[in-house]
Ligand binder design. Structure first.
Ligand SMILES: [Fe+2]
Ligand SMILES: [Fe+2]
Length: 183
């Protein structure tokens, strides 16, 4: 056994923290490819903004149709997508990047689509598709972040968990409506 501590000693850690104070939350131990991580997070941000808008439109369009409970579900999801966008934007700032809120090119940065949907069933289907796309691409990003950027990974994991709930909600609504249409 040597007396050398397993972790870099505290003094050294503090010195480096002071030295790179302008880099904010990112320290020398950060192993992620920062530029790529920020780019991916901006794509996730665009995805969340598009999902916020799509659910928002569906909320207003559905209120005119018979089902208030579906409309309420759309509104709840829209608000949650907005929260996801904020979380992701915050992480981009922590990494020293700039969250991209530019409406121009938003759809091409987004992994999910903005589809209006004409009937209530169409809207639910489009939302389910968008959720499934978001789930797939977040899973890929999470794998990429891996151990190199555990914080970005955790942020996205918490978002992913809620997207899975959203997909589940849309899938059960769809079943309810398809069953109702049959009888
Ligand atoms: Fe989301
Ligand atoms: Fe979602």
């Amino acid at each position: 056994m040597t007396d050398k501590p397993f972790l870099t000693d505290v003094q050294e850690l503090r010195r480096r923290a002071r030295q790179h104070i302008e880099e904010g939350a990112v320290t020398d131990a950060y192993r992620g490819d920062r530029e790529t991580v920020i780019k991916l997070l901006n794509e996730a941000l665009a995805t969340e903004i598009v999902c916020t808008l799509r659910y928002r439109r569906h909320y207003f369009m559905a209120s005119g149709i018979h089902s208030q409970s579906v409309a309420d579900e759309f509104l709840e999801h829209s608000n949650q997508e907005q929260e996801h966008a904020d979380k992701i934007a915050e992480r981009i700032r922590q990494l020293g990047g700039a969250p991209d809120f530019n409406p121009e090119g938003l759809l091409s940065r987004s992994h999910a689509q903005y589809t209006e949907g004409s009937s209530l069933i169409d809207m639910i289907k489009e939302d389910l598709i968008a959720e499934r796309i978001a789930i797939e691409s977040y899973l890929e990003m999470i794998r990429f972040f891996g151990e190199n950027d555990p914080t970005s990974r955790r942020v996205l994991e918490s978002v992913l968990a809620q997207e899975e709930e959203h997909a589940d909600d849309m899938a059960s609504l769809l079943t309810t409506f398809v069953d109702a249409a049959r009888t």
